[in-house]
Each structure stands twice: as C-alpha cells, then as structure tokens.
Design a protein around this ligand. Structure first.
Ligand code: G6P
Ligand code: MN
Ligand code: MN
Length: 420
C-alpha cells in the first residue's frame, strides 16, 4: 500500500488535501498518511481534524503526526511539500518591502519571490536529500511550495524525481467547464509558460478549441475575475493568469500597494486564525466554507489526481511543472515549464506545443533567466549572485532600484538565510 507524507502538514490547507485523498481511495490505496510539521500546536489541531475527516470517510489506513522529518520520510512513496519558511510573517516582508523601493511586493513574483526563493530552495533541497536516503526507492516529490517553478527546477537540477504543482490551470479548467456546462474532464487547456507566468492559449472542449467563443461570451466576466481589462486579454489573444496583473498593470498595482491597499499576508493570517479556531472544534468533521477564502482552490484535486495517476499510470493529461524537453521550442530542454503533460508511472511527459507568440516569449525567456540566477544565488549565498538575480527579474528595473531593495530584503530575512 501507499505511504504519503505531507511536509508542512500543519498548513490550514491540509483538510483540502485530506478530502482529495479520502475520496480517491479506490484508485489510490493510501495505507499510511503522515503529516509532518515543525509547529507542534498546528500539527495537533490540523491532525485532529484530519483524523476526524478520515474516520468519517471510513478510511482504513494509519494517520501519523510527527515533528521528526526523517521518521516521516521513512519508506515514503509520495512526499508532498507545502511548507512555508518563515510563515506569513516572512510573506509580509515580501509584500511590503519592494513597494518602498519602487517595485511591486508579491510573495512569488518580483523581488518578494526572490526573497522567498532564497529562503526556500535550501530547505527543500535538504528535505529531498534526506528523502533520497530514507524514502522508498522511486519515490516522488510533489512540490506545492512556492515559488513552485524555481523550487521544482532546483529539485530536478539536483537529480530528484520531482513535479511542481499549481492550482491556476485547474481553477481555470473548472471555471471554463462551468461556463460551457460540461464536466471539467472534457475541458483541456493549452496552458503555457512558467509557474505564475502563464496563459491559456486554447480551451478545448471535447478536442475543439472554444477560446474565441469563451472570450466573446464571458470575456468581461473573466476579466473582472482576474482584474485585468478585457481589451488587454483580447489583444493578447490568450487568457493570462491573475499573476500577469503584476506585469501588465505594474503601475496600477504599485500605486495600490503604496496607497496601503489590503495586505494579503495580513488577510491570510486573520483567515488562518479563524480557521484554526474552527478546526479545534471536536464536532468539525469536514473542511469549513471559510477555507475557500484562501487562494488554493482545487489544490487538493490537482494534488490527488496527480498522485493517483503517477500511482496507477492513468496516462491522462494534467498541467504540471516539468522539464521542457522541447515542448516549448522557445526554451531550453532543461528549463522547467508549466504545461500540459501526460502522466504515467514514469512521470510527466510534456505534450508538444507551438512556439510562444513574441509578446509572451520575451517575458517568459527573461523570467526563466531570472529563475536560473535565483537558484544560483540560493545555493551560493552570495550577495553578488542575489543582485544579479534581482536585476534580471522582469519586475525590477535597474541597479539603482535593486541595490537598496536587496539590502533591505537580506537584512529583514537574516533569520531565514543562513547562507548569506
Ligand atoms: C494560488 C497560487 C498559489 C498561492 C495561493 C495563495 O493558489 O496558485 O501558488 O500559494 O494562490 O493563496 P493565499 O490564500 O495564501 O493568498
Ligand atoms: Mn500557484
Ligand atoms: Mn473567481
């Protein structure tokens, strides 16, 4: 039977994941589920709810809660990584420091994304090395920890079997399926780019591209949802992810942030405090509606369907972070991209894609170069490497911005950057 480990199991998202696995027992006979976390109290609370949910679902397996990573990894088949180094407090810095220096503050893109990468890459690589010693032969690492593109690239470059996951594609798939009134499985997205820098270039319903119909019927609705003008979407000719707002509407976002518009780290901390209170209730046996206020909708679906297909070799197509291997002709073979891939027991094999239009190509190639430099900096702990990465980031403009911004970020993050 299958052993699944969730690193960062004390996340408030864990009940989502439990739901995804509990509902797939027929396809994925999970005999043991381990929740690992460094925060004992959260592990106790989340673990309590997880246990109640699993009992209610009639799950016959064993649930283990532990703060001992090596014990957690012993014999594991699938290792789901959803840890967050420094918690929401570190995210708050990623969101608030960059606007002081003239660029947008976000936890996964721009300068904040670099700070998060510097904190996270060494921790996840250490975890993967421990897994290599202790987990089952042929184990998989499924990474949901951001920045997912960078973390997955670092894992693969270090020789681990890893696949990166994001919910942007699956959320669009569900949304578009709803518009067309069909089951989500009938909607296949031509989702291209890098994690949090992606576009839906085609929306195939039963194999036929319905993107033009989608845009004419629901273009305004989609635009309102991602807060990106419909005119912009029409001119690009593809549906951008909401993260493209930081690129296409840089000035607007920066002005909002400098005006003190609601800070997401703060909002999430509030939601989490309320969620944890609910999770403590011994009568709660299902995930509460409030969890939908987090951004990770369908994350559990994406994770559970990926693990299930890696396990039974279903050969279905899912959008994942995987080595390009020629799928996107504009990027090197070894570059991790976020694209549709066929999932078998051997892993994820990207489907061939047409080249990127010039308007997409430029920023994607630049962001990929930035990602490469970000990994180099995370591994070396060198200030010069970090500066090079920051200057290559498409959302950071110039040396004069980058230098004070980097100094500020490094100083604020010292507790989480032992290599610097
Ligand atoms: C989306 C992204 C995730 C990100 C999340 C943030 O789901 O795909 O990568 O972690 O939003 O949601 P939050 O509730 O933490 O703002
Ligand atoms: Mn994501
Ligand atoms: Mn919405």
């Amino acid at each position: 039977s299958v052993k699944i480990v969730v690193v960062g199991g004390g996340s408030t998202y864990t009940p989502e994941l439990i739901e995804g696995f509990a509902g797939r027992y027929g396809r994925l006979p999970m005999g043991e589920l381990v929740l690992h976390d460094t925060d004992e109290e959260r592990l106790r609370v989340i673990g309590g709810l997880a246990g109640r949910m699993l009992r209610r679902a009639g799950w016959p397996g064993r649930l283990t809660l532990t703060g001992d990573l090596d014990e957690a990894l012993d014999g594991a088949d699938f290792i789901l990584v959803q840890l967050r180094v420094g918690g929401q407090a570190a995210r708050h810095l990623d969101e608030t420091i960059p606007p002081r220096w003239g660029t947008i503050g976000q936890e996964t893109t721009g300068a904040g994304g670099l700070a998060k990468a510097l904190r996270t890459v060494p921790v996840v690589l250490d975890l993967a090395e421990r897994a290599a010693r202790r987990a089952a032969p042929g184990h998989w690492i499924i990474d949901f920890t951001n920045p997912v593109g960078i973390v997955t690239q670092a894992l693969l470059d270090a020789g681990h079997r890893a696949i990166g996951l994001c919910n942007v594609a699956i959320a669009f798939q569900r949304q578009f399926a709803g518009y067309f009134g069909v089951e989500p499985e009938r909607v296949e997205l031509e989702h291209v780019g890098l994690n949090h820098l992606t576009w839906e270039r085609a929306v195939r319903v039963d194999g036929v591209d319905r993107l033009p119909d989608l845009l004419s019927a629901w273009g305004e609705d989609i635009a309102a949802d991602i807060d990106i003008p419909a005119e912009l979407i029409r001119s690009v000719g593809a549906v951008p992810s909401g993260y493209l707002r930081y690129y296409y509407l840089f000035g607007t976002v920066l002005a909002e942030q400098r005006g003190g518009k609601g800070n997401r780290a703060q909002e999430v901390s509030d939601i989490e405090r309320r969620l944890l209170e609910m999770y403590r209730d011994p009568d709660m046996t299902q995930k509460p509606a409030l969890l939908a206020d987090r951004g990770g909708a369908y994350y559990s679906e994406a994770a559970a369907q990926l693990v299930a297909s890696l396990y039974d070799g279903a050969g279905d197509v899912q959008v994942v972070n995987v080595r390009n291997d020629g799928a996107l002709p504009d990027l090197p073979a070894n570059a991790v991209v976020e694209v549709p891939a066929r999932i078998t027991k051997e892993g994820a094999r990207p489907l061939p894609l047409a080249p990127l239009a010039p308007g997409l190509r430029g920023v994607v190639q630049q962001a990929k170069a930035y990602e490469e430099l970000a990994i180099r900096a995370a591994l070396s702990g060198g200030r010069g490497d970090a500066l090079a990465a920051l200057m290559a980031n498409p959302l950071v403009h110039g040396f004069d911005t980058a230098v004070p911004l980097l100094d500020d970020l490094l100083a604020a993050n010292t507790a989480h950057l032992p290599r610097f």
